[in-house]
Design a protein around this ligand. Structure first.
Ligand code: ACO
Length: 428
């Protein structure tokens, strides 16, 4: 097979190298095309543009395959833990027992945050969205750890920044929630594992011991694994592009949190529950809302359905649907909003509009359901997603920096006014 591709413009042929990935994916390397021809490529939303060659996550949207560092998401969700997956993504291999114990120990002993964070937290109005608070607090970490901003620091220092953010993100997230509801913060408990500790900081009270239900902890751990990376999506690309300017890890992660916030990305899990609540308040007529979703004059979309890359099924949704059923059964949850979710899922899966466009429930449809059943407030849903995605962002940032990738700088096709003379204000 040829290892070049040809592009013909105005009768002139340009030969460009073909790149092949380890899963036989092919790409035309257009890096030098503009220098040769003066022409750029145009691809709104980068729907068909690779921004890098990455060894972290492989996904095949047609076949519904998702693998981290070669391991299938099904096996990892079944047998691994979130911290082990975090290690795998960031360091490239599964840890030995000793490596894992020392990694876990390091994370556990960095969960505490500087007391001055409270002053920053108190400055936010109680109505502040926790995603905005979280991204601000992550940026604020540069003030507490100024060495993290040095692009030339040693690997040991980079590693410490990585440990710190992994350890402290759940603390920052739980503290911002406690601050919002006016409750005293709960300090991390080093005897607890990652997820139990987070639930303790979220739901514990100084006046009352809190013990997380193991079904809940397991479901949460699984959800974090499923969210841990998803190759070059909107937030990962944001992290890489911000980091490509040599901005610090914390600044890059903070940008990733903001990118994740929108309802077309991580914010979809919050949007799903808000949509279900609206349907319930409107009388619970699922068919009526399906019609709205199909009406091209109506901006309403069925939140939690469809995916940019998965066009047959979302493998994470399959795993999490089962976990959602287990959690609802174990907790004996009886919630009319969740009944509407089930109704909507059934109707959409056999509706021609959705079937033809390959619109299936995505991971966010079920993650919203689980978070609600766990008693996690709606506004915190995307924060949970951010906690899960953190190892992926770190791995993407690290790969981009270690490969010494150039600063991200797309081009454009200018369609504005051509040159014209300035007219003084009185003469316009
Ligand atoms: N409800 C109704 N119609 C939809 C939906 C939906 N949720 N999603 C896509 N469509 C329709 C579009 O109107 C379009 O129809 P047309 O061909 O008649 O014009 C067709 O399906 C293709 O839609 P696109 O927007 O081109 O698909 P794209 O791949 O660009 O978008 C996206 C994917 C953004 C996820 C979209 O499906 C959507 O908005 N879904 C709802 C939001 C959501 O759940 N986001 C979470 C994504 S998962 C994640 O980030 C972890």
């Amino acid at each position: 097979m040829s290892n070049t591709a040809e592009i013909k413009v105005d009768g002139k042929c340009y030969e460009l190298p073909l790149v092949e990935g380890s899963e036989k994916e092919k790409a035309i390397d257009i890096g030098k095309f503009r220098a040769q021809s003066g022409i750029i490529t145009l691809d709104y939303g980068f729907k068909n543009t690779g921004s890098t060659q990455s060894a972290i996550t492989f996904l095949d949207g047609e076949k519904g395959i998702l693998r981290y560092r070669g391991y299938s998401i099904e096996q990892l969700a079944e047998h691994s833990s979130f911290l082990e997956v975090a290690y795998l993504l960031i360091f490239g291999e599964l840890p030995s027992k000793e490596e894992f114990e020392s990694f876990k120990d390091e994370i556990t002993h960095h969960t505490l945050i500087h007391e001055d964070f409270h002053t920053i937290l108190e400055g936010f109005p109680s109505a502040a969205h926790p995603m905005g608070v979280l991204s601000s607090l992550v940026t604020a970490m540069t003030a507490f750890y100024p060495k993290s901003m040095d692009p030339n620091r040693s690997w040991d220092e980079v590693r410490l920044s990585i440990i710190r953010i992994l350890a402290k993100l759940p603390t920052l997230a739980a503290f911002s929630y406690k601050n919002k509801i006016g409750h005293p913060v709960m300090y991390p408990n080093n005897k607890l594992d990652y997820c139990s500790n987070f639930l303790h900081m979220m739901f514990g009270l100084p006046s009352q011991d809190f013990e997380a239900n193991p079904v809940v902890t397991d479901a949460l751990d699984k959800l974090l694994i499923l969210h841990a990376d998803h190759e070059q999506n909107c937030s990962a690309s944001t992290v890489r592009i911000v980091g490509s300017s040599q901005a610090s890890l914390y600044a890059s992660i903070s940008a990733g949190i903001n990118a994740l916030w929108g309802p077309l990305h991580g914010g979809a899990n919050q949007a799903v529950i808000e949509m279900l609540e609206n349907i319930k308040a409107d009388g619970g007529n699922v068919e009526k809302w399906m019609d709205k979703a199909k009406d091209k004059d109506d901006p309403f979309r069925l939140m939690g359905f469809g995916h940019r890359v998965y066009k047959n099924f979302d493998p994470r949704a399959r795993i999490i649907k089962k976990a959602a059923d287990d959690v609802l059964a174990a907790l004996g949850v009886n919630d009319p909003v969740l009944d509407i979710a089930k109704g909507l899922e059934e109707v959409a899966l056999r509706d021609d509009y959705f079937v033809e466009r390959k619109l299936y429930p995505n991971v966010d449809f079920y993650s919203g359901i689980i978070y609600r059943a766990l008693g996690i407030p709606t506004e915190m849903f995307t924060v949970m997603f951010a906690m899960g995605r953190l190892p992926g962002w770190i791995a993407q940032w690290r790969e981009m920096r270690e490969n010494k990738e150039p600063i991200g700088r797309p081009r454009q096709v200018y369609v504005g006014k051509t040159e014209r003379d300035y007219v003084p204000m009185g003469n316009r």
